[in-house]
Design a protein around this ligand. Sequence first.
Ligand code: ATP
Length: 593
Amino acid sequence: MEFRRLAEYYERLEATTKRLEMRDILVELLREATPEEAQRIAMLSLGRLYPPYVGIELGMAEKLAIRAIRSVTGASEAEVERLLAKRGDLGLVAEELISRRKAQTILLQEPLTVEQVYATFERIARETGEGAVENKVKLLTGLLAKADPKEAKYIVRLVTGTMRLGVADMTFIDAASALLGDVAAYRDEIERAYNISSDIGQVVRLVKVGGIEAVRSVRLRVGVPVRPMLAERLTSAAEILEKLGGRGLAEYKYDGERLQIHKDGDRVMIFSRRQENITHQFPDVVRMCSERLRVKQAIVECEAVAMDPDTGSMLPFQELMHRRRKYDVEKAAELYPVGLFFFDAIYVDGQDLMDRPLPERRSVLEEIVEPSEAFGLTVAKLVDDQGDLDSFLQRAVEDGCEGVIVKDVSPRSVYRAGARGWLWIKYKRSYVSKLTDTLDLVVIGAFHGKGKRSGWYGTLLMAAYDPKTDTFKSVCKVGTGFKEEDLERLKSMIDERVVPEKPARVDSLMQPDVWVRPEIVLELVGDEITVSPIHTCGWGSVQPNAGLAIRFPRFTGRYRFDKGPEDATTVEEIVEMYRSQLKTVVPEEGEVV
Ligand code: ATP
């Protein structure tokens, strides 16, 4: 397929915010593409070259892209800067400057193909080491020299990671299902294939190559991360037990980082909650798992918790940040050791356990995990009584956990990859505020700081995710809880993501000083959820012409790098929290909890 054709589709996608229309445009596009092109187009449209676990990222600094644009168009630095300030988007700048070139220079060229553009991006991404910067610029220059203005716009946006199509992985799943002629009939199977392969490009390719049969043939593979099963939340023991049919396995909810560990003979690989390969951050975990997981092949999940080396007690999540570095990881591992608490087994020695009930998966875990002080299963207790569940929660909190997760133990308690569902229910209790849980919200805008905060952003506009419309809906402004180092750090994180207009997937009535691409996820706590006429979260679901807002929100200090924006707290969860808050009973002062 010619790249020009893809650019036309991108323009059509940009012109709509309606999910169904987007899906239909994608169906047309996928129909026209070969299977290989479809795979690449799916990846590119989501701003990637490969699925996250491969670890090769598309992405070039804006200033390098500017150099390439200048060398193709002969524009001066001042001119590019001026245009960039005016248009606010380097893609548009490239389009304008390239359109000024003489027409015949382009006519002489062979048209660019999707394959060529992808292959060049791949070479750009793989350039490392000495001379890499020069080579990257050269490669991009070569590509832009062959591009017409519209193509140049998208090439620059793709390579600098600033596409704003509003298309998400789930839009591709819908489109792939529609391509087979019946969304309702095929969506679940297509989503299943995605959940166990974490590779939307591959799934789209399979749909094209072999239809639903090919999709059905996707199997779990050691070395390929599975999208995680997630929990719903409730605020009372009674509701939880009722939901689970009177009985559940209550487990400590550790305050750490989720690791999906894949063991294949001598090799151990570790994947994050977002399916990135993070093996290099945990050399100590690799060693522990080589020694203490008594299996040849396995996919298991655990929570890694930072431990105090002197006392052996658990430390807050933030201590794990020391592991996010390229160098001296061994040293960090020594200074900030982790304990591992296993809670699930997905695959063990040739057996796919996903469809087995939890008690069975847990007994497999018991067989294969050889415990030591910092290595074992989660503390768990079978409960069928509210009082027992509440005292277990209290014990968990005293032991330094966030709360508990109560899990279904009935025959239907399978591992539901990639889904938040009622088979796992988290239960945290904080009587300090009426809000019983933290929220993970996405930065969509920012306001310039004043006084002591001038030069930084003083307040951030935060949003919840709405998977139904694939949009981010504003839910509060937050200016509390930021230390100076946070302000500094957020300034540069935000500046990298500032966009001139409200991003396509953002839904907000409020107008911040700057709009921010919805990518940064922060953990907040608040006092309660209130009805609000200015925030769009849950608009009309509690009161007509009003949404919901978080009252007195504060940043907890926790950056959720382990979450993508689509993993943020959803609008539905906030509506649910608002409703359950009306039911929550705050204990009397002095009451023992
Ligand atoms: P949170 O922000 O509370 O970590 P989340 O959106 O990441 O939530 P949830 O589905 O709400 O995910 O809670 C499940 C998370 O809790 C898991 O991703 C895992 O990191 C963590 N966890 C800690 N202990 C357990 C446990 N015993 N079983 C399952 N998950 C656990």
